[in-house]
Design a protein around this ligand. Structure first.
Ligand code: ADP
Ligand code: MG
Length: 809
């Protein structure tokens, strides 16, 4: 009977969402669920000891090659019973179905508040049976700690240990966490540790085990929104002292419309002839566009962009004498993230703070490719739809839509649209004050820290106090947002602050819950649309959890940043598009406008997909090479013999050294030499191909296929550098002095310190990438192409490595 009900529920859901190819038919899971449920009463009657010994048996079987699929039913029944005993929660059938889908390597779409943390325990346990480790990748450090600590009793009961990783942890603590059966951590930390491991000279410093299985929470965020973000590990290089401050000073002295002009949307900036002359005079150089002045031109361009196109508290904040970047996508202050170096330095100079050294990039990998290193992954999120194509293409993840435990009754109202930002702001204030009068809780999602602060200030003047989350401290914010469902609460938050935190109506107070529900539950107000509809849905999903009442609405204006950036007005009927449109305070009630706004989001999503596809085509080869190189490095590190090439190249010297210092010691030195040059080779290779990519786009203009050209040239460079690496290694070997072996004197000094960071997407790159992938939709206009190309090249140059090679001695 229960299953019939459920099937009906599923069917209803299916109808609502028809027209997609995602998996809604859950009958195959249903069969497995029935089997699990049949074990229920049997397991309920077992003593704790018996339950634990079942777990032991399962572990033994898995380690004796019994296929995990065959252990699924018993495992899930054991996990469910354990959760009930130690957490006093009765997992819902839909959670178990989600857990089955995840074990099958799929992505389970489950709405916010459905209990995904608990759901993940099922596949985590099952896949940990084989003893190879399971990673649960969370959205931030705070959630890694929270979820691990929350689930510890369950795993412990079943005989497993749990670890979690936090930024700043010592190597020993990390090793301990990774040796646990299940490890909770962010994808970022896992990725940085991977990069650090690739530079280890001592096996005992390696922290990761071989990758086995990862469950990715908030999967769309990591797999799609953050996919392109490169993780970087850099080592100390010689300080690069540049006259960045001088450049900032010059930029400050320029005048709009005399020395430079903005493009019509203030997204780009161009020097006028007069501006160019002024700069040439100040810098005492004849022609800035001469090849020899390219460095200077790049730097002055950075200074100008930093000064006029990037704004404090919107694009970045300054805190503790550091520029911290605000992620445009999430509105959060992005942890350890930088712009390409020249631009970063230019902003630091603009704000008059010390310019940080950029170091030498030793290795880097995008999150997308890092995730692909796991032989098996699965995911969970509330918002996978519209990303299905991409998830399948890049990660072979199929989406399974799991129906909510209780039907969602949240009302999502249509957008209210205004001509101007000012009109929107006024309407927002009116709406908040009106709703707040009845003490109904409101959660406002904004686009930036600055917008949150402004809104909160205006509300305060009118007597409404609100909590503002400005995306700086995850744990503190989680505490606040957990209270956002309290009577009379007004909470203003950038888009993803507090993501992953449960918002209960009335907070922890049951009585208040009824009151809040009677008022209509939590009211979500969005003040901006985002690039992706997924992100908008994330915000809406904060209301209406577990069948709670709630509603959501977006207030937007045609002047919103997103619409300006993508030239919405060009798509609209004349009366809205005209620059002389009357400044109306009333809302625009024209369905065509709503339609175009939806369309623009779909177009942007399509473009972003194309960009990611293109990026992926470029990096496919490098990733293959990475695997090869990394495997070789591992072999050397664990001490596999590496002596042959040295011996065959210099037999006499070799023999001499064997007699003088012994084969064991010699092997150690040779391995060290090999590792050193291998790392140097890889670092140089990454830098060189970054340069090639910069220029390769130009071949498109000549009718050649750029990806093909790129791969061809990459292979040539790879071979060339590999040859050099081998020659250098032999040279070093020949320099070994048999009396005393001093690695430093052989030029094998490794960086004294390394650090890790993320590189933000180049803020000016997207438009160009759009041009490069061809016209996908929104046309940015051919006239813009060349200025953009120029700009692009400047910025690409910035990521170029500084010449460093022989500097180590
Ligand atoms: P999600 O990640 O899906 O948004 P969480 O894992 O944060 O949701 O869980 C939301 C809340 O639901 C938590 O407070 C959790 O204790 C509760 N919860 C999860 N599963 C169950 C269950 N089976 N029965 C009762 N409460 C549950
Ligand atoms: Mg969650």
């Amino acid at each position: 009977m229960l299953y019939k009900n459920m099937l009906n529920k599923i069917k209803r859901y299916h109808h609502r969402l028809n027209g997609s190819t995602m998996e809604y038919d859950l009958s195959s899971y249903q069969t497995i669920l029935t089997e699990i449920n049949q074990l229920k009463s049997e397991f309920e009657n077992k003593s704790d000891e018996q339950l634990k010994s079942i777990s032991h048996r399962l572990i033994n079987k898995a380690r004796n090659q019994v296929c995990l699929d065959d252990l699924l039913c018993e495992s899930y029944a054991a996990v469910r019973e354990t959760i009930w005993r130690v957490l006093k929660l009765q997992p819902f059938d839909v959670q178990i179905i989600g857990g089955i889908a995840m074990h099958q390597g799929k992505l389970a779409e489950m709405q916010t508040g459905e209990g995904k943390t608990l759901t993940a325990v099922f596949p985590a346990y099952l896949n940990a049976l084989s003893g190879k480790g399971v990673h649960v990748l969370t959205f931030n450090d705070y959630l890694a700690r929270r979820d691990a600590q929350w689930m510890v009793p369950v795993y412990q009961f079943l005989g497993f240990n749990v670890g979690f990783v936090q930024e700043g942890m010592s190597i020993a603590d990390r090793q301990k966490a990774y040796r646990s059966d299940i490890t909770y951590l962010t994808a970022k930390e896992a990725g940085f540790d991977f990069l650090r491991d690739t530079l280890c000279y001592d096996q005992s410093n390696i922290v990761h085990r071989d990758f086995h299985y990862a469950i990715i929470d908030e999967a769309d965020s990591i797999l799609i929104d953050e996919a392109r973000v490169p993780l970087i590990i850099a080592g100390a290089a010689e300080n690069f002292v540049v006259d960045t401050f001088r450049m900032a000073q010059i930029a400050r002295g320029l005048h709009e419309n005399i020395d430079f002009q903005f493009d019509e949307y203030a997204r780009n900036i161009f020097l006028t002839d007069q501006g160019l002359k002024r700069i040439e005079n100040l810098l005492n150089c004849s022609n800035l566009y001469d090849n020899e002045n390219i460095e200077v031109l790049t730097r002055i361009n950075c200074a100008i962009h930093a000064k006029y196109l990037l704004h404090q508290d919107i694009d970045y904040i300054v805190r503790n004498d550091k520029v911290e970047l605000v992620d445009e996508f999430t509105g959060r202050v992005a942890d350890k993230r930088r712009w390409p170096d020249g631009l970063q330095a230019a902003i630091e100079a603009k704000e008059n703070i010390a310019v940080q050294s950029k170091g030498n990039i030793l290795n880097s990998i995008t999150l997308q490719h890092f995730i692909q290193l796991y032989p098996k992954i699965s995911g969970m999120t509330a918002t996978a739809q519209s990303a299905e194509q991409e998830l399948r293409k890049f990660y072979h993840l199929d989406i399974v839509v799991i129906p909510p435990n209780k039907p969602c009754i949240r009302k999502d109202y249509p957008d209210i649209i205004f001509q101007t930002k000012a009109a929107k702001h006024q309407a927002l204030i009116n709406e908040i004050i009106e709703v707040h009068k009845a003490r109904r809780p409101i959660l406002v999602g904004t686009r930036s820290v600055a917008e949150s602060v402004m809104l909160a200030d205006d509300l305060k003047k009118l007597g409404v106090t609100c909590e503002v989350l400005n995306a700086k401290r995850d744990e503190y914010e989680a505490r606040i947002i957990a209270q956002a469902g309290k009577l009379g609460a007004v909470t203003i938050s950038t888009n993803m602050a507090g993501r992953g935190t449960d918002i209960r109506l009335g907070g922890a107070n049951e009585q208040e819950k009824e009151q809040v529900a009677a008022l209509g539950g939590l009211y979500i107000i969005g003040t901006n649309k985002h690039e992706s509809q997924r992100i908008d849905r994330q915000l809406r999903g904060r209301a209406g959890r577990q069948g709670d009442p709630g509603s959501s609405r977006f207030f937007i204006s045609l002047e919103d940043d997103l619409f300006v950036k993508y030239r919405l007005k060009e798509l609209l009927p004349f009366q809205y598009a005209s620059a002389f449109a009357t400044v109306e305070l009333s809302e625009i009630k024209n369905p065509l406008v709503n339609k175009e706004i939806n369309r623009i989001q779909r177009i942007i999503e399509g473009q972003n997909l194309e960009i990611r596809k293109t990026v992926c085509k470029y990096s496919a080869l490098v990733e293959q090479q990475r695997k090869m190189i990394f495997q070789r490095r591992k072999d050397i590190l664990i001490g596999n013999s590496n002596l042959d090439s040295y011996q065959s190249n210099s037999p006499a010297h070799f023999q001499n050294l064997v007699t003088k210092i012994g084969e064991k010691q010699l092997l150690k030195i040779c391995n060290r030499i090999s590792l050193f040059y291998l790392d140097q080779f890889w670092s140089n290779y990454l830098a060189e191909i970054a340069d090639i990519r910069e220029g390769i786009h130009l071949t498109r203009l000549g009718g050649q296929e750029p990806v093909f050209e790129f791969h061809k040239i990459s292979i040539e460079i790879f071979d060339k550098l590999k040859n050099e690496m081998e020659l250098d290694s032999i040279k070093s070997f020949n320099n070994i002095n048999d009396n005393h072996v001093d690695l430093d004197s052989l030029g094998l000094k490794t960086p004294s310190a390394t650090w890790t960071y993320l590189v933000n997407d180049n803020p000016f790159e997207d438009m160009l990438e759009i041009q490069l992938i061809g016209n996908v939709g929104l046309n940015t206009g051919a006239g813009l192409y060349w200025p953009l190309m120029g700009l692009y090249l400047f910025f690409k140059r910035l990521v170029k490595k500084t010449p460093d090679d022989e500097s180590s001695d």
